[in-house]
Design a protein around this ligand. Structure first.
Ligand SMILES: [Fe+2]
Ligand SMILES: [Fe+2]
Length: 349
């Protein structure tokens, strides 16, 4: 009963964030996530038909069509998970600007969900249940007990992987309608990552040592599921002519940049203080996603050991720079913002 009262009462301390200079700067960045979302809003009901008119109805051979549909069905349910989590954050976060940013994300994710559903329908695919490993990734994040875990899981980890898949599929040119629509998704998703990067440090700063260990453990466990689900996607990626290792490398560069910025805010240089988690996953990648699939298990393990003990993480510098650009750029595409719709007469009274 007490918990319910607390949940329903007005959060009078929501303006506390602006009390310190650092927090005021973060608050401005978070408020910008909301304002940009409003200024750059687009309609899937406008953009998708526009792209179909431009390129024709999506058409692919059966095998490719099914592989693409399976991957983007995961994205579809991922959009719903992101929608649920951002709506929970909009309700739970108390600093005004973080609440605004989460609210705008919920609005974006609703658009992503129906647009992806419409796209899959245009491809002749009715979304079904996704594979158990991808389902586990989403469930584990949705059911996280702490908000900091949810933000780390969704905004920093899952959203960066989604960004990686969007960018790779778009650049592969496999299906032009999807490629064009994904450009719009990518701009929105980068804002959602910014919400995590700018809000999470304030939460981490308040964590006890035990809570920090729990936070790292959550991240570690989620990453295990992510790696396994990506491994399960290997055949579909290969069917589309996408090298799974390229996805892993680009995803790693994006996550590296995101976590570099986030931990940098807390005075931690992840290049100098390479975590055991980062070492572990760099090593796992050498086993599951080797550059050369024909290498023996022994050779993979030897490479994994070398990568584990290496002083620095092997991240492609150009991809890291590109991720930085993506997080901080402000690209405007046709159809974004109210001006694209032209003026219309509206009766208010
Ligand atoms: Fe999304
Ligand atoms: Fe998102």
């Amino acid at each position: 009963m007490a918990a319910r009262r607390k949940n329903d009462s007005l959060p009078y301390d929501m303006f506390d964030l602006a009390q310190q200079a650092y927090e005021a700067r973060k608050a401005t960045l978070l408020a910008n996530v909301y304002h940009k979302a409003q200024e750059r809003a687009w309609s899937g009901k406008e953009i998708l038909p526009l792209m179909i008119a431009k390129h024709g109805k999506p058409s692919l051979p059966k095998k490719e069509r099914e592989a693409l549909a399976r991957i983007f069905a995961i994205i579809l349910w991922g959009e719903l998970a992101a929608w649920k989590i951002s709506a929970q954050l909009a309700d739970s976060l108390e600093p005004l600007e973080a609440k605004m940013a989460a609210t705008s994300q919920a609005f974006d994710e609703a658009r992503h969900f129906y647009t992806m559903y419409d796209y899959l329908q245009s491809l002749g695919y009715l979304p079904e249940r996704i594979d158990r490993l991808s389902e586990r990734v989403l469930d584990y994040t949705l059911n996280a007990k702490k908000l900091s875990h949810k933000i780390c899981g969704m905004q920093l980890m899952i959203e960066t992987i989604a960004l990686t898949i969007f960018q790779t599929v778009r650049k592969s040119g496999i299906e032009p309608v999807l490629g064009e629509v994904l450009r719009y998704f990518e701009i929105d998703e980068a804002r959602h990552v910014a919400l995590g990067v700018n809000y999470l440090p304030a939460m981490i700063r308040k964590m006890s040592r035990l809570e920090l260990v729990e936070f790292m453990y959550f991240q570690f466990k989620l990453m295990i599921w992510v790696v396994h689900s990506l491994r399960a996607l290997k055949p579909d990626l290969q069917t589309l002519g996408i090298d799974p290792r390229a996805i892993v490398e680009l995803g790693k560069a994006k996550q590296y940049e995101v976590f570099r910025e986030m931990w940098g805010d807390l005075g931690v240089d992840i290049k100098e203080e390479r975590s055991v988690i980062s070492r572990f996953f760099d090593a796992i990648d050498e086993v599951y996603f080797p550059r050369d699939e024909s290498t023996s298990t022994l050779e993979r393990l030897r490479k994994a050991a070398n990568v584990f003990v290496a002083r620095y993480s092997v991240v492609d510098a150009a991809s890291q720079e590109e991720a930085h650009e993506q997080l901080h750029s402000d690209t405007v595409l046709p159809g974004m913002g109210p001006s694209s719709l032209g003026e219309s007469k509206r009766r208010i009274h």
